[in-house]
Design a protein around this ligand. Structure first.
Ligand code: GLV
Ligand code: MN
Ligand code: MN
Length: 413
């Protein structure tokens, strides 16, 4: 078997974990997600890597470098999925990292820097209310105790979930100690249509869009659906619906994206006026000033609609990540590595969030994309062509060598 076809086999294996009719559901600290971390550890051990784990469950698999004093180059992505995830978002970058290290083994290519394949936990924020959880803790953007205290919808704290044998931390692994970092690289599927439309197979990410997430609660007055006249209602859902449409309009006017993906209506009965609605707001833009403007719209609209309809709005900010440009030198090193595959590259922005946004706070960071068929992602039908998956790993392995050389030169110079 050619080295690179291992990436397909492993992705197929991971895709069985958490699979159901609508896709893959592999939320942090569930048995399926824990099983995926187990697979990562088994593959890493079989490849001769040294494994470490941190307190939130991030896993690091080291390929030693030839200079014992050199800081590590980190390469990886995440193993968790959204509720209706596909086989590639996150998993590809993790499996791709392991496979790229094995490609270097097979070719007997030594690097100066240790290469650490990393599997970040909880990137999607689909169970605990914080995206990029593992990388945010790693980068010191979120305190570890603060992360462990986060609770899911059932009231279970992350700390307790990670202590659980079924879904929790892997047993018997040494703790990762903080250490200096040379760089971070993440391989990912594009999750959008730009590359496919351009007919390009390798993309170098220019910048990751900024994002803000909120939980908003609208509290109105419940009552009998048949007896309370429309003119005197304080219907929490009707008020929330106005906010959803105002945000849609504001996003359209600013070329931003806003999504209300989750909405819980209480008491949730056909013949009872909604008393309370809890909904999520997810805003993205490459321009942080646009996000400021969208947040002002949310402010003003909830005030105006709330007063007019006699509905109280409250909101909790859950996540705030600035737009993050990727490191220029790393981008060029990735471009040189990718060029060695004979494929051309294109520059591409990322509308999706990634762990690279958080790691960029503590190390130069960059990303390599392969195309998504039809641009589909966060759906069970997410696909990328096998050839493109293999090409991405090949390009990543070559990029790591370029980055190692570039940084070695910089460190010696
Ligand atoms: C992660 O996939 C995100 O962009 O929400
Ligand atoms: Mn995702
Ligand atoms: Mn992802």
């Amino acid at each position: 078997m050619h080295d690179s076809s291992r990436v397909l086999e492993r992705l197929h294996e991971l895709a069985q974990l958490g699979r159901y009719e609508a896709g893959i559901d592999r939320a942090l600290a569930t048995p399926a997600e824990r099983a995926a971390r187990d697979r990562f550890a088994a593959w890493a051990r079989a490849g001769g890597r040294t494994l470490t784990q941190d307190r939130v469950g991030n896993l690091f698999a080291r390929r030693a470098g030839s200079d014992p004093g050199a800081p590590a180059i980190l390469v990886g992505s995440h193993l968790d999925t959204v509720k209706t995830g596909g086989a590639y978002d996150g998993a590809y970058g993790v499996v791709g990292a392991l496979c790229a290290l094995e490609t270097l083994d097979a070719r007997k290519i030594a690097t100066l820097h240790p290469l650490d394949a990393v599997a970040w936990v909880g990137e999607e924020g689909s169970r605990f209310p914080l995206g990029c959880l593992g990388s945010a803790v790693f980068a010191g953007l979120t305190g570890v105790d603060e992360a462990l205290a986060l609770v899911d919808d059932a009231g279970i704290a992350l700390g307790d979930a990670l202590a659980d044998a079924e879904g929790g931390l892997l047993r018997g692994l040494p703790q990762r100690e903080p250490e200096p970092l040379a760089a971070y690289v993440e391989l990912h599927v594009e999750q959008g249509p730009i590359m496919e439309r351009a007919g390009m197979r390798l993309g170098i990410v220019t910048a990751i869009a900024g994002q803000r997430r909120f939980r908003v609660v609208a509290s109105g007055t419940s009552g009998h659906a048949g007896t309370v006249p429309m003119s005197i209602r304080a219907d929490a859902l009707a008020a929330a619906a106005e906010i959803v449409l105002a945000l849609e309009k504001a996003a359209l006017e600013r070329e931003a994206v806003v999504t209300v993906g989750r909405l819980v209506v209480e008491p949730g009965a056909t013949n009872v006026i909604p008393a309370r609605v809890t909904f999520s707001v997810d805003m993205r833009s490459p321009d942080d000033a646009v996000l400021d403007a969208l947040e002002r719209v949310l402010d003003e609209e909830t005030r105006e609609v709330g007063a007019r309809r006699d509905v109280r709005f409250s909101r909790v900010p859950l996540e705030r990540r600035a737009a993050t440009p990727m490191n220029r030198d790393l981008r060029e090193a990735i471009r040189r590595g990718a060029a060695s595959t004979g494929e051309r590259t294109m520059d591409v922005p990322s509308g999706a969030g990634h762990d690279a946004m958080c790691v960029a706070a503590v190390a130069p960071a960059a990303m390599l994309f392969v195309p998504s068929i039809g641009g589909a992602s966060h759906v069970g039908e997410e696909r990328t062509a096998d050839d493109d998956l293999e090409l991405g790993v090949e390009a990543l392995a070559a990029a790591l060598v370029e980055i190692d050389r570039m940084l070695g030169g910089a460190e010696r110079g």
